[in-house]
Design a protein around this ligand. Sequence first.
Ligand SMILES: [Zn+2]
Length: 319
Amino acid sequence: MNWISKIKQFGENIKKNIKKKFPTAEEQEASKWRAQNCCNSGPVLEEELKENFYQCKNCNDTYPVTPEQRFSWMFLNNQYEILDHPIINNPETHEWEDASGKYTDKLKKTRKKTGLNSALVAAYGSLTENLKAVVVASDWRYFGSSISPDEGECLLYACEKSISTNSPLIIFVQGGGMRVNFPLTLSLNQMPRSIIGINEVKQKNLPVINVVDKIAAGGISASYCSTSDFLIFEGVKSRIMFAGPRVSANASNTTPPPNFLEASWALKHGIGDFLIEHRKDTKDTLVKLLNILLKIDTSVNSVSLDETSEPNLTAKEAS
Ligand SMILES: [Zn+2]
């Protein structure tokens, strides 16, 4: 073995050791361990998180969940109808490419991995025997739940279903903003489109509730996230922001507090309405709120649940 081969072999050994020390994204996903070092208490077992609605028992930090998981917690007997919407994001028509590869390849891979055509999924069904709702949830694995025209369509179809069924609209808001790998202008167009859709629902006197699920940032926080009747945080570490703490710190030349942009900080500064500290309480809290908003008489309905499968009352009808 000459000296060049020796150096090459040495380099390969280093690469192998680095790989061994830092598992790939695929290896991490296949592992039973989910959080790498939550609240400095080391990795957390997937099973442990699952038992607690994917929320850390020590620090109450929330972890992303799939729309399927979210709907199973929200809908009665796990019965719901997924709302179909047009898919505009055709992988064959995009040429965007950056240092990490072609957008088309990433899109195909993401769709295969998640089994979804959009980062947002909307569903309609019963939350309780006498309360139906449209619920929108996100999949973080799908480009960090960012918004492209597909997600915009999903939001508009959710608004339309809410109006056609006289049902409230609940959006679990998550994501870093508008998707830049897609032709950005088309992604940015979803900001006014989503605001118009939500305003249409509100004009029908139907409640719109946004729940900040982990993080709402960029164009998401600047559009549909900020136009609901109620803005609620799920988990004390959920954050709302346009730009992140580092950008804010640089712009203001100050050091932000440790809880900067998190739920406790946001509420103290007039952003949002209240906090749901534990995910296990999310559904009950939303149902109680909607019962009040829609003036549903739960004392009557609780006498015989089987006989009260009436369609939803809107605030207008109930008053
Ligand atoms: Zn933790």
